[in-house]
Design a protein around this ligand. Structure first.
Ligand SMILES: [Zn+2]
Ligand SMILES: [Zn+2]
Length: 386
């Protein structure tokens, strides 16, 4: 029994790959497109992790790192799947299959670029040497019930009398499918930045979707991602939700919180991400793109010349009225306007330059709370005079 799987055409026996456009497995020899029900699938049994794998097609040795699920045989060029890495505890519950073609991703990337006015002029031409690969990234997805409580005090002064408002707020909510990537070798902040994924598109896992793509198994267990990432994410969202549910947005003192998380379901899922690499002047720029939403993360280069010219213009806008004031000792309304415009422009420029690094802060734009599941059970306030 071979340690790898390569998917054969049920008619002629040649090697098949998944085609995202067709959502089928086409055979280039018999010119037939097979659906998942028409393929003869092998079972991924739990075998031992081996030091070397052999191509199930030609028998040659396959060079591979520890985590790759898929590989391409360098001798016969057939895409193969390493059985052990999708077996047992590594058998994913679900997969979101790729839907976009490489061409669509290239066009989406070019669209992102066309909006970046501060890019070096020649960056676009370097995009001819762009490398675009689809990769199934392993994720842990948690569904959980949460009950949370916060306590706080806000101090006020009314007619010279100091008043303390003590308040207590308790609530419950359900979190639906919070994702956390299970790969330490990938940039977590950049992955967070391309969330959310549309989970309605997932399918029960089937290795045939992996053919023709990169795929890696997890290197972080669900307990690790829970402790390192998901727990804090839930706590922050729950506390924030409760704070926003009342009039006292931020308490002054005595703020304490208590968040209980009841994990109901952890699922292991493979998620479609495009890895885009552009080599530009000796440096490689890495980007991630969400296959579904085409959301992009990564860091673009900023043209030093363009940034410098803009900075000079901003500097002069502020400097000229100030100089005018020192020479004539007059300050006019127009001077104020110029200085204000200069400061505003400097602020805008700073933010534009910052936006060239997409996803550096790992900002999440979704709280993953199930709609309609948030209930406040206690929202009491007490006032005391100090
Ligand atoms: Zn065939
Ligand atoms: Zn081979």
């Amino acid at each position: 029994m071979s340690s790898t799987i390569s998917q054969k055409c049920p008619t002629c026996g040649s090697n098949l790959e998944y085609d995202a456009d067709l959502e089928k497995w086409p055979c280039e020899y018999c010119h037939k497109n097979y659906s998942i029900d028409e393929l003869v699938l092998e079972k991924a049994e739990d075998s031992k992790e081996l030091e070397y794998y052999h191509c199930s097609n030609c028998g040659a040795e396959i060079f591979n790192n520890k985590y790759n699920i898929t590989a391409n045989c360098i001798y016969c060029d057939s895409p193969v799947i390493i059985k052990q890495r999708i077996a047992g505890e590594f058998n994913p519950n679900h997969i979101i299959p790729f839907k976009s073609s490489k061409k669509e991703i290239l066009n989406a990337f070019k669209e992102h670029i066309s909006l970046k006015r501060l890019l070096p002029k020649d960056f676009f031409s370097y995009c001819k040497n762009i490398q675009i690969e689809g990769m199934y990234v392993p994720y842990w997805i948690l569904t959980a019930e949460v009950s949370a409580a916060i306590y706080g005090t806000t101090l006020k002064r009314i007619n010279g009398q100091e008043i303390a408002n003590h308040y207590r707020r308790k609530g419950t909510m359900s979190f639906d499918k919070i994702p956390a990537d299970a790969k330490t070798t990938m940039n977590s902040n950049h992955l967070d930045a391309i969330e959310p994924f549309d989970y309605k598109q997932f399918e029960p896992f089937n290795y045939a979707y992996l053919l023709g793509y990169y795929a890696e198994k997890y290197d972080t267990t669900k307990d690790e991602v829970y402790e390192e990432e998901i727990k804090k994410r839930i706590e922050d969202v729950a506390v924030d939700k409760l704070l926003k549910a009342g009039t006292n947005k931020r308490p002054d003192s005595l703020f304490s919180k208590n968040v209980n998380i009841y994990k109901s379901k952890f699922e292991y899922m493979l998620v479609p991400v495009w890895i885009i690499k552009v080599k530009y002047k000796g440096k490689t720029y890495d980007f991630y793109m969400n296959d579904q939403s085409k959301k992009l993360s990564g860091t673009f280069p900023v043209s030093v010349v363009k940034e410098f010219i803009l900075s000079i213009i901003i500097f002069l806008t502020i400097f000229i009225p100030v100089l005018y004031f020192f020479i004539t000792a007059y300050i006019t309304t127009f001077s104020y306007i110029m200085i204000a415009v200069g400061i505003l422009a400097a602020f805008i420029l700073k933010n534009i330059v910052k936006s060239y690094s997409v996803g550096k802060t790992g900002k999440k734009d979704r709280d993953y709370i199930t709609q309609g599941s948030f209930f406040v059970s206690d929202n009491s306030e007490e006032t005391s005079y100090l």
